[in-house]
Design a binder for this molecule. Structure first.
Ligand code: KIV
Ligand code: ZN
Length: 514
C-alpha cells in the first residue's frame, strides 16, 4: 500500500516574506521552473492581492510552469479571492488557498472580529473560491494558539463550504512535536468530510521539521515547506530536511511516498540562495557545504573505508557532488546555451545574450568554468538585470596600507553616462560610496557576505549584500574574479532594486501580508 505525501512548496510566498527578500517576476519564474524540475506537487506562487508585482508573478508562473498545481494565497474577502483566481486561472491545475486568523490574539488585535464573524468570513471566502475551482485549501491562521472547539468549528465550516485541503498552520512556531501530532490527529478525528490534512510549521523554536514529521506520522498527507527553510522570522520547515527524513527513514513512515527528485535538491538550494540573497549556512542539513565534509581523522578514515560509517545520506542522491568543469574561454554561444539547457537553466533571448557576454568576460579571467560557476552567472544575470537600471561600465580603485582608498565608477543608465569618485575606509567602501554619489541612492549596508563559488585561487567571488534605503530592505549580489568588483556589482544590484521599487511605487500593502 502506498500513501502519497503532497509536497507543497511555499518558497515564493512565505519564503519571500523573509525580511529583505524581494524577488521580481523573472527571478520567481526561474525558481518556479526549478521547483517543477524538483518535482514539488503544489507550488504556492504568491499572494496576488498584495501588489501588482505579486499578481503578475503568479500569473506568469501559472501561464508558464508545467507540472505542479499552481496555488495563490487569498484572504477571505470576496474581492481578494476573485483577484487570486484571476492570477491562478491560467494554470493547468489551479488552487486557491484561503486563510483567516482564528486565535484570540489575532482576532482581537488584528481582525477585530468575533467568532461568529470569523465563521461567516470562512464560509463566504471558501464558497467563493469553490465557485472558481474545485481545488480549495483553507487555513485557520495561528491554529496552534486557537481554542480547540472553535478551531474544529471553523474547519468544519470550511469543509462544508467546499474546502478539500485543511492546512493547520503553526504560524508562530509554538508547537512541540508530540503536541502538534496530537492536534493533527484530533482534527482528523473531529472534522467530518473528504479532505487532505496539511501541516505548515514555522521554526521559532527550531522545531519546524520535527513538527511537520510528527504531523505526517499523525496522518497529515500534505506538508508546506520552503527551500532552505526560508520564511517569516525564523522560517518554515525546510523542504530538503522533511523530504530527506521521509526518504532515509521509511521504517518510521511505512508506505509513505513522495515524488521529489532528490538529486535536484542541492541545485534548487543554490539557486534560491543566490536569487534571494540568503546564503545557506555551512552546516545546514542536507544542502550546506559542510553536510558531507569530514574534519576529524577518525571520521575521514571511516568514510574512506566505507561511506556509510559516518554518512546516512549519499551526497550524490541530493546533488551534492563536486562541480564539473564544463566550459572555457574558447567555448562559443552554442556550447554555452547547450550546457545551460542540459543543466535545466532556461534563459532565452536578450537575457541569454547578456549572460553569454558576462560568461565571456569571466572566462577571459578564469581558465575554466564549472557548472556551479554557470549557475552563478545565470543567477547574477536574472537578478542583476533590472529594467532601466544602472549598469557598471567601469570601476577603478586604489588602496592599500598607505594613503586613502579611492574609487571611481562610471555607470550607464538609458544611454547616459554618469561618473563619480569617492574615498572610503577601504576599496569596497570607496566603491559603494562612489555608486551612491553616482546614483543618488543613500542607504545603509546592513549585511555583507563574500563566498567563493568553487575552490581554487581563480574561483569566482560571490558577494551578497543587504541594503536599507528609502524605507525598504533589498538584497543584491555580484560575481567576479575580483572581490572589490563583485562587491561593487552586488551593491549596484541592490541600488537598482531600490530605484525599481521607487519607480514602480509597488510596495507591498502591509495590512494585506499574512
Ligand atoms: O504561517 C501562516 O499562518 C501562514 C498562513 C497564511 C498559511 O503562512
Ligand atoms: Zn506561514
Amino acid at each position: 500500500m502506498t500513501d502519497k505525501v503532497i509536497i507543497f512548496d511555499t518558497t515564493l510566498r512565505d519564503g519571500e516574506q523573509s525580511p529583505g527578500i524581494s524577488l521580481d517576476a523573472l527571478e520567481k519564474l526561474e525558481i518556479a521552473e526549478q521547483l517543477a524540475r524538483l518535482g514539488v506537487d503544489v507550488l504556492e506562487a504568491g499572494f496576488p492581492v498584495a501588489s501588482q508585482g505579486d499578481f503578475e508573478a503568479v500569473e506568469a508562473i501559472a501561464k508558464q510552469v508545467e507540472g505542479p498545481v499552481i496555488c495563490g494565497l487569498s484572504r477571505t474577502q470576496l474581492a481578494d479571492v476573485d483577484r487570486c483566481w484571476d492570477a491562478v486561472r491560467h494554470a493547468q491545475r489551479g488552487r486557491i488557498h484561503v486563510f483567516i486568523s482564528t486565535s484570540p490574539q489575532h482576532m482581537e488585535h488584528m481582525l477585530k472580529m468575533d467568532e461568529k464573524q470569523v465563521l461567516a468570513e470562512t464560509r463566504a471566502g471558501v464558497a467563493r473560491a469553490r465557485m472558481h475551482t474545485d481545488d480549495v485549501e483553507f487555513s485557520p491562521q495561528d491554529a496552534t494558539r486557537t481554542p480547540l472547539d472553535f478551531m474544529i468549528e471553523v474547519l468544519q465550516a470550511a469543509v462544508d463550504a467546499g474546502a478539500n485541503t485543511l492546512n493547520i498552520p503553526d504560524t508562530v512556531g509554538y508547537g512541540i512535536p508530540w503536541d502538534f501530532g496530537a492536534l493533527i490527529q484530533y482534527v482528523r478525528r473531529e472534522v467530518k468530510g473528504d479532505y487532505v490534512t496539511s501541516t505548515h510549521c514555522h521554526n521559532d523554536l527550531g522545531l519546524a521539521t520535527a513538527n511537520s514529521l510528527a504531523g505526517i506520522q499523525a496522518g497529515a498527507r500534505q506538508v508546506e515547506v520552503c527551500v532552505n527553510g526560508l520564511g517569516e522570522r525564523a522560517g518554515n520547515a525546510a523542504l530538503e530536511e522533511v523530504v530527506m527524513a521521509l526518504k532515509i527513514r521509511p521504517d518510521q513512515f511505512p508506505g509513505v511516498e513522495i515524488g521529489i527528485h532528490t538529486e535536484e535538491l542541492a541545485r534548487t538550494s543554490r539557486l534560491v540562495a543566490r536569487l534571494t540573497g540568503y546564503p545557506v549556512q555551512f552546516n545546514k542539513a542536507v544542502v550546506g557545504r559542510n553536510a558531507f565534509a569530514h574534519e576529524s581523522g577518525i571520521h575521514q578514515h571511516g568514510v574512506l573505508a566505507e561511506r556509510t560509517t559516518y554518512e546516512i545520506i549519499d551526497a550524490g542522491s541530493v546533488g551534492q557532488t563536486g562541480s564539473q568543469i564544463v566550459l572555457g574561454k574558447h567555448s562559443g554561444r552554442h556550447a554555452f546555451s547547450d550546457t545551460l539547457a542540459k543543466m535545466g537553466l532556461t534563459l532565452q533571448g536578450p537575457a541569454l545574450d547578456a549572460a553569454f557576454k558576462r560568461f565571456k568576460e569571466l572566462a577571459d579571467r578564469k581558465v575554466q568554468l564549472t557548472d556551479a560557476d554557470l549557475e552563478a552567472i545565470v543567477a547574477e544575470e536574472i537578478g542583476g538585470h533590472v529594467a532601466d537600471g544602472f549598469e557598471l561600465d567601469s570601476l577603478k580603485v586604489s588602496g592599500g596600507t598607505v594613503g586613502t582608498p579611492q574609487a571611481t565608477v562610471v555607470l550607464v543608465r538609458a544611454g547616459d553616462q554618469v561618473e563619480a569618485t569617492a574615498e572610503g575606509d577601504g576599496m569596497i567602501d570607496a566603491a559603494c560610496k562612489a555608486i551612491k554619489a553616482a546614483t543618488g541612492v543613500e542607504g545603509a549596508l546592513t549585511d555583507f557576505n563574500v563566498s567563493s563559488v568553487t575552490g581554487g585561487v581563480d574561483a569566482l567571488g560571490d558577494v551578497i549584500v543587504q541594503l536599507e534605503a528609502e524605507g525598504v530592505r533589498v538584497s543584491g549580489r555580484g560575481l567576479s574574479t575580483d572581490v572589490v568588483e563583485a562587491s561593487a556589482r552586488a551593491f549596484l544590484n541592490a541600488v537598482n532594486k531600490v530605484v525599481r521599487l521607487r519607480d514602480q511605487k509597488d510596495r507591498r500593502m502591509p495590512e494585506a501580508t499574512p
